[in-house]
Design a protein around this ligand. Structure first.
Ligand code: MLT
Length: 411
């Protein structure tokens, strides 16, 4: 038999959201009459905005004519989209169209980007955390089997709890790679520019790299809250940013996102090999051109429409709706005298469970009782135990119904 990559055996048997889907499926087949409200995985419910639909139709029609037909596109993404991104999302932030790499979503980019780094790199993650950062590094051998403490050996965990307002402290040791996600998944916490500056300064002093996941930037509504890491001086040397159209424009099914890799972000070469250091942008280009043939043309035209004036206003209205949902859930918990983070400038509401409740137990209780699907905090890491996540991505009627069921629930 062929030798496998045994790093995979260090992972839990299934991915968090697959495990939740399995439990919900089992529950539903045993209780077919129970109407469940799904506020677990952060999947959008609003249809695609009209400007996106119209761009899709137009691009599909082009494919029917010889003069409009497109085959393989540029692996980095079409210039029309990269230029629209820079003009709209990075105006004045010193990002160039050449720094943008369009893809089929932030999850793939974030999972794949770690391939550029040596196996010996020390990786820091927040705890709780979006599981992709940890799991993809474990697959590559940078983290080993999980201990009794629920942590993969070898990864540096940065606890985010109520004690630090769900914002991690800088690592005590030197680390090579730091994953940050703001607005945060799962806690819904946000960073001010001063808070993020401390991370950029740390990365500069320690020659580390920040992998900044900005998938939820469209939810920021307040001044002073960071949307892009390139708002911070010095970030262009130490940070790569990932963005997604999934939550901001409803592309969870359509699939499109992008990575921003400025030419000034460089990595060290072990032993020299004729080089001192190399731009990560060149390596990412090499990786993508080898393993990826680019996001479909019609999807890139749809993404371009998101950056048009009409697209922006339609997307903003959709995100406003999700923020309203998140606000309703947040307020319901506050009215019940519970403690919450998030739900403001973020689609996720992170509930602190009353003393003595564990998060998977609460998941089951919420499923069996009010019929609400959420996500147990422990699924995001050991510091998530005792917490529970609900999303604002449901439709308004379901969210209102969920809130009324929660108000009747005996915590
Ligand atoms: C989540 O629920 O955490 C997200 O939907 C997962 C994702 O974006 O991949």
């Amino acid at each position: 038999m062929t030798l496998i990559n045994s790093n995979y055996l260090n992972l839990p048997g299934s991915y968090l959201f697959s495990e939740i889907a399995r439990r919900v499926r089992d529950f539903s087949s045993a209780n077919p009459d129970k109407k469940l409200i799904r506020l677990g995985i952060g999947d959008v419910t609003s249809p695609l905005p009209p400007s996106v639909i119209s761009a899709l139709h137009k691009a599909v029609e082009e494919q029917a004519r010889a003069e409009g037909f497109r085959g393989y596109g540029p692996e980095q993404g079409y210039a029309f989209l990269r230029e629209a991104i820079v003009a709209d999302a990075y105006a004045g932030l010193g990002i160039l169209a050449d720094d943008i790499f369009v893809s089929d979503g932030a999850k793939c980019d974030i999972g794949n980007f770690q391939e550029l780094f040596d196996e010996s790199c020390v990786v820091a993650i927040s705890d709780p955390v979006y599981p992709v950062y940890a799991d993809s590094n474990v697959m590559a051998g940078r983290g080993q089997a999980m201990g009794a403490d629920g942590r993969f050996a070898g990864l540096v965990y940065l606890p985010c709890t109520a004690d630090n307002n769900f914002v991690p402290q800088l690592p005590k040791e030197r680390v090579d790679l730091i994953y940050l996600c703001y607005p945060n998944n799962p806690t819904g916490s946000v960073l001010t520019k001063a808070q993020l500056k401390a991370w950029v300064d740390y990365a500069k002093e320690n020659e580390s790299l920040i992998l900044f996941d900005a998938a939820y930037e469209a939810f920021v509504r307040e001044e002073g809250i960071v949307r892009s890491i390139y708002e911070i001086d010095g970030a262009h040397e130490v940070a790569v940013e990932f963005r997604s159209y999934s939550k901001s424009a409803g592309f969870t099914g359509l699939r499109c996102g992008f990575a921003v890799v400025p030419a000034t972000v460089r990595g060290r070469v072990r032993g020299g090999n004729g080089h001192k250091d190399v731009p990560l942008r060149d390596l990412w280009m090499r990786r993508q051109t080898t393993k990826y043939n680019g996001c479909p043309y019609i999807v890139q035209r749809a993404a371009e429409a998101v950056h048009s004036p009409q697209g922006k206003s339609e997307c903003r209205a959709i995100v406003d709706g999700y923020l309203r949902n998140a606000g309703l859930i947040r307020q319901a918990f506050l009215d019940l005298g519970l403690s919450v983070c998030g739900g403001v400038n973020a689609p996720y509401v992170w509930l602190r469970l009353p003393e003595g409740l564990d998060s998977w137990g609460f998941f089951d209780a919420l499923l069996k009782g009010p019929g609400i699907v959420g996500t147990p905090g422990a699924g995001f890491g050991p510091s998530g135990e005792g917490c529970f996540r609900l999303t604002g991505f449901g439709n308004p009627a379901d969210t209102t119904e969920a809130v009324s069921r929660l108000k009747k629930f005996q915590f």
